[in-house]
Design a protein around this ligand. Sequence first.
Ligand code: UDX
Length: 447
Amino acid sequence: MAPLRITVIGTGYLGATHAAAMAELGFEVLGLDVVPEKIEMLAAGRVPMYEPGLEELLAAHVAGLPGSTGRLRFTRSWEEVGEFGDVHFVCVNTPQKHGEYACDMSYVDSAVESLAPHLARPALVVGKSTVPVGSAERLAAKLAALAPAGADVELAWNPEFLREGFAVQDTLHPDRIVIGTRGERAEKVLREVYERPIAEGSPLVVTDFPTAELVKTAANSFLATKISFINAMAEVCEAAGGDVAKLAEAIGHDERIGSKFLRAGIGFGGGCLPKDIRAFMARAGELGADQALTFLREVDSINMRRRGHMVELAREAVGGAFLGKRVAVLGATFKPDSDDVRDSPALNVAGQIHLQGGQVTVYDPKGMDNARRVFPTLGYAESAVAAARGADVVLHLTEWREFRELDPVELGAVVSDRLLLDGRNALDAGQWRAAGWTYRAMGRPRA
Ligand code: UDX
């Protein structure tokens, strides 16, 4: 039997990684995007965002690049995609609707509507985007109505759990593979696609459409809840004089709780957790199950409160008002090893201080271009030391390794006041204090 030919629709964060990973697994892959610049960049082996290891993977497989396997190509033609593929992965994004909690399904709908008329032979369409439960059923009906091959075109749901910064590793060696299907043929095809990770030990969970869709939103809700739980404990620690980092360490030793995702600080952001919990609440409301998820409202508000709390700590540190004060902000991305500033707690804190009259200078190792684009009125500097020059307070808001390796003595020589607020509980307090800094972290006692 000829090896399966795979297409990937939408070559953003998820799609570009998935396409390259499929080529790495040995398949012939055709990626499609409606944005010509994205296609041109990828076809030249360049990645439109910062993701460790992805450029190397593209270089190894994009057709036409010297020494590549040539297994990965890109196109803008739906017709070509329809003719080429046995398996079509839908990887377009599902952002939060403007001014609403619900997620915007228009990219998924339009991808399926554009693809379906070109499906003239048996094929499997696989949804990977994060969608409200019930979408797969609706999209299956749409495919059946629009595809010339009719019932020979099947749908499966196969949510993606990759983390930014670890996208390549998470795609090639997933924690688990979840497949929602209505038939054995789809399962068989996807077992073939994921043969290598399954053989290497990734567990496979086969289920129905709604469960597969829910696994993704449930997992992200759980992670968000864990972070907000520890941040709620940080609030109590601050009130009671406890140390949330020690508390997290101690409860994390209980295997039932686990030590991961218990780092208190300015909370979660990014393109997934915040919008996914909101979309989940909106969907539960439509289903009449809103009471089941009212706790997520609290998870969201604890999270947003952390940003405001950091602004208050900074205001207090500079004497009660920001006007005329210089604030250095280390970090703009929502997490390290990414250039993504979507719903970034760091940039949000920087923006709030700026709007309250502070003179903010931001530095981030990879997120400067994106930060400048979304928040052009903030000040930016080309290094941590340059950002800190003359600062009345330094805020550490994204835990890049580069910041953990900063020399407190060198930084201490350029600031106006050696005052450091660690919004990620990630720096070595002893080292900074030994260099004469006042170091404060969230949810921890003041020395
Ligand atoms: C998340 C999920 O982890 C992933 O499985 C899913 O596919 C997409 O959403 P990602 O958005 O890349 O991935 O980021 P993640 O590593 O989960 O971090 C999310 C946010 O939580 C970041 O802003 C991070 O700084 C914050 N965080 C994480 C904490 O504040 N404390 C922690 O202990 C862990």
